[in-house]
Design a binder for this molecule. Structure first.
Ligand code: UDP
Ligand code: MG
Length: 328
């Protein structure tokens, strides 16, 4: 395959309260990629710490910096999506703005892209500055995800990825609200390849992901890529029913030979067990129904407050300038 020719590289990063890091992030990106024609698309995800001002100042001095200000905090995956939708490069990289993902690696990812890769993902060979708990839960999550879904997600690969335009367009044609971008990027297929790197500690500040946010994110990932939990609920139902079928003749035989004892504890245990299993399976169904509800509402994924160095948004997004909505 002939080498691809890069006309414009887009670098997309979500920013939520990273005032202490953002200038250094810009410097590292500009140093690493300054020899290329690139744009840096920053998405301010409703920051409250002066990040918005810092980004606006950056965009004023460097026209390569383009900014999307979201109307409030929408979360990491949605902020990334907003950035990807505003990127116009023929190769597009996404990474975190806290400098855990080294921007220098994008050069290596571009080499893979030039050789014909459509999705290049960065695999963490080593992770600095993460707690043993985070590492262990991440490992369990990837195992569980493997087992439950048919998406071959490489362990220790995160959202640090580079896309060819056609892979990105394919991904952006998926409008689901609960977004698990790294899964979606594998799902689109085409040619995928990996580069490995050492994940650094955060440059400044703290992780924005609380335990409950991580849990929600993992559940989103699993429920939006797998129907297996529903099948497991059905299977559990059959197993318990089979148990009951076995229990009936046992009780009858015990009654005939006169050894039958009215056992309260057996009753109580089976009642609790059955009640628990029923609640769990209703919960599993609920997770899917809740997601169907969210999808059916069809709300926009995010709303934009403002843009810098970018053309006004497409008129088809509710909440923005839309001549059809404002007519008569
Ligand atoms: N982030 C965001 N919105 C959020 C939370 C995080 O845009 O609601 C950004 C954050 O500024 C950073 C990236 O997403 O650039 C990753 O967040 P963080 O470093 O807190 O996650 P971790 O690396 O700990 O998983
Ligand atoms: Mg981080």
């Amino acid at each position: 395959m002939s080498d691809r020719d890069l006309k414009l590289l887009s670098v997309v990063a979500p920013v939520y309260n990273e005032a202490a890091t953002i200038n250094e992030f810009h410097r590292r990106v500009a140093d690493a990629l300054g020899h290329l024609e690139f744009e840096l698309v920053l998405v301010d995800d409703g920051s409250t710490d002066g990040s918005a001002k810092a980004i606006a100042d950056l965009a004023e001095t460097d026209p390569r910096v383009k900014v999307v200000f979201l109307s409030r905090n929408f979360g990491h995956q949605i902020a990334l999506t907003a950035g990807l939708e505003h990127a116009s490069g023929d190769a597009i990289a996404m990474l975190d703005a806290d400098l855990q993902d080294p921007p220098e690696l994008i050069n290596q990812m571009l080499d893979e892209w030039r050789r014909g890769s459509d999705v290049v993902y960065a695999v963490r060979a080593h992770r600095d500055g993460e707690s043993a708990f985070k590492l262990a839960t991440a490992r369990w999550f990837y195992k569980l995800f493997d087992w439950l879904t048919s998406v071959q997600l490489r362990h220790n690969s995160g959202d640090f990825r580079l896309f060819d335009r056609r892979a990105l367009d394919a991904m952006l044609s998926m409008h689901e609200g609960s977004r698990f971008l790294r899964g979606m990027s594998v799902w689109v297929g085409y040619t995928q390849s990996a580069v490995s790197y050492n994940r650094d500690a955060r440059y400044a500040g703290e992780t924005k992901f609380t335990l409950s946010k991580m849990l929600r994110f993992s559940l989103d990932a699993i429920f939006s890529f797998s129907g297996r939990p529903l099948q497991m609920a059905t299977l559990l139902g059959f197993l318990i029913s089979a148990l009951a079928l076995v229990a009936i003749p046992v009780v009858v035989v015990l009654k005939i030979i006169g050894a039958y004892l009215p056992g309260f504890s057996t009753l109580e245990i089976s009642m609790l067990l059955l009640g628990g299993i029923q609640l769990i399976t209703i919960g599993i169904i609920g997770e899917y129904v809740g997601r169907i509800y969210d999808e059916v509402k069809g709300r926009p994924l995010y709303l934009v407050r403002d843009r810098i160095n970018l053309a006004p948004g497409p008129p088809d997004r509710p909440g923005e300038e839309n001549p059809e909505l404002t007519a008569d």
